[in-house]
Ligand binder design. Structure first.
Ligand SMILES: [Zn+2]
Length: 349
C-alpha cells in the first residue's frame, strides 16, 4: 500500500474550513429514507399544555382547524383579575375549543393568611370554570419568604391547598425543575450548550436544591395526597430517564404526565419511548408547550404516528440539542388515548 502522501493531506485540509464555529455548523443530512408529512392528526387531538395569553383566539382556531386539534388548554401565566379576563376572552371566542388552567399566585406570599387565601382562590377558579391549576418551577428555585428562606416544594403549609384540589376534583399541574442539562455547568460537555449559551438565565447551576432533591420533594406530595390528581408537565422533568418516570407512574396512580416540549428527548430514544407509550397509554397527555403553528403540530404527528427516521424535532427558535428524532408509530388505540381520551377524563369534572 502506498503511504498517504503529504501533498494529498495538504490539498484536503486546504479545502475544509477547519476552524468552522459550532454555531455556523448546519449539516444537511444525506440520508435517503421514506418521509411522511402528516397534515392532520389521525384522531382529534387535545393540546393539553399550551400558553395562549398573547395569542388571538381566532388565529389559533384557524391553526387548530387546519391540523385536527379539537381543543387547546391555555395555561394562563396571569394571576388575579387578569387571569379571569383571559379565561373569558377564550371562552367567549369558542366555549368548546378552549380551556384555561390557572397559575398559582405567589404575589402576596408575605401577607397574612396567604396559605388560606390560596385555598380560597382555588375555589374561585373552580367556580369560574377553569380546568386545573399549575405550580411552576419558581417554587424550589427562586421563591423566598420575607426572612430570605427559599420555599421548599413540599412545604406543609400547601397541604390544605392540595387536599381541597382533591375534594373539588381539580387537577394540579407541576412544572418543578427543568432538563438535567440545565443543572450542569454551561461548558463544552453540556449537551444543550447552544440553547443555554443563548439563554444563560435558563441554567441553574449551582442551585440551592439539586434537581434530584427538588423532584424528591415534589414526588412526596403525590403520596401525601393520593386523592388529588396531579399532572407532571414535561414527562415529570425526567424525559432523559424514562425508567424514573415509569417508577413514578407505577407508585402513584394519581399522576399523569404530559409530553410538552419533550419530543426532542423522546424522539432520540424511540425504542424506549415507544415501549413507554404502549405501557402508559392511559396516563400520557398530548401537549406541545409551543406557540401554535401548523408545522409545529405536524412534526408532533409525524413523531407519534410514523416510523420516519432522522428528522427535525419541533422546538422554540433555539434548538434544544444537536440531534434528530425518529417516529414511534403508535397504534390507533394508543393514539386515541394520548391525543384525546386521557385529556377528556381530566377535563370532565
Ligand atoms: Zn408550559
Amino acid at each position: 500500500m502506498e503511504p498517504i502522501n503529504d501533498k494529498f493531506i495538504e490539498m484536503v485540509t486546504a479545502k475544509a474550513e477547519v476552524d468552522l464555529r459550532i454555531s455556523d455548523f448546519a449539516p444537511v443530512s444525506m440520508l435517503n429514507v421514506p418521509t411522511h408529512e402528516i397534515s392532520r392528526s389521525k384522531f382529534p387531538a387535545i393540546d393539553y399544555h399550551n400558553h395562549l395569553d398573547a395569542q388571538n383566539p381566532g388565529e389559533v382556531l384557524q391553526i387548530m382547524d387546519d391540523c385536527g386539534i379539537e381543543k387547546c388548554v391555555n395555561i394562563t401565566m396571569q394571576t388575579g383579575e387578569k387571569a379571569f379576563e383571559i379565561h373569558r376572552k377564550f371562552k367567549d371566542s369558542s366555549p368548546d375549543r378552549f380551556e384555561t388552567y390557572a397559575w398559582f399566585d405567589w404575589t402576596d406570599l408575605d401577607s397574612e393568611n396567604f396559605w388560606q387565601k390560596s385555598v380560597e382562590r382555588l375555589e374561585k377558579y373552580v367556580e369560574a370554570g377553569f380546568c386545573g391549576i399549575k405550580i411552576w418551577k419558581d417554587l424550589g428555585l427562586t421563591l423566598r419568604e420575607k426572612n430570605g428562606e427559599l420555599l421548599r416544594v413540599d412545604d406543609e403549609r400547601l397541604a390544605p391547598f392540595f387536599e381541597k384540589a382533591g375534594v373539588l376534583n381539580f387537577p394540579v399541574m407541576f412544572h418543578i425543575s427543568d432538563p438535567d442539562a440545565f443543572f450542569l455547568p454551561i461548558d463544552r460537555f453540556n449537551e444543550r450548550f447552544e440553547e443555554l449559551a443563548a439563554h444563560p438565565d435558563w441554567g441553574f447551576y449551582p442551585s440551592h436544591f439539586s434537581k434530584d432533591e427538588l423532584l424528591m420533594q415534589r414526588d412526596s406530595i403525590f403520596k401525601r395526597h393520593p386523592k388529588t390528581t396531579f399532572v407532571c408537565a414535561h414527562l415529570a422533568e425526567k424525559s432523559e430517564n424514562l425508567a424514573y418516570v415509569t417508577q413514578l407512574l407505577d407508585e402513584n396512580p394519581n399522576v399523569f404526565v404530559d409530553i410538552g416540549a419533550r419530543t426532542a428527548e423522546l424522539g432520540r430514544q424511540p425504542y424506549t419511548a415507544r415501549e413507554f407509550f404502549l405501557k402508559y397509554s392511559d396516563r400520557i397527555l398530548f401537549g406541545t408547550d409551543l406557540v401554535p403553528e401548523i408545522e409545529m403540530y405536524r412534526l408532533h404527528f409525524r413523531f407519534l404516528e410514523t416510523a420516519d427516521e432522522y428528522f427535525d424535532y419541533p422546538s422554540h427558535a433555539s434548538r434544544q440539542g444537536r440531534w434528530q428524532i425518529y417516529g414511534i408509530y403508535l397504534p390507533d388505540d394508543v393514539l386515541q388515548k394520548v391525543y384525546r381520551e386521557n385529556a377528556l377524563k381530566l377535563l370532565k369534572r
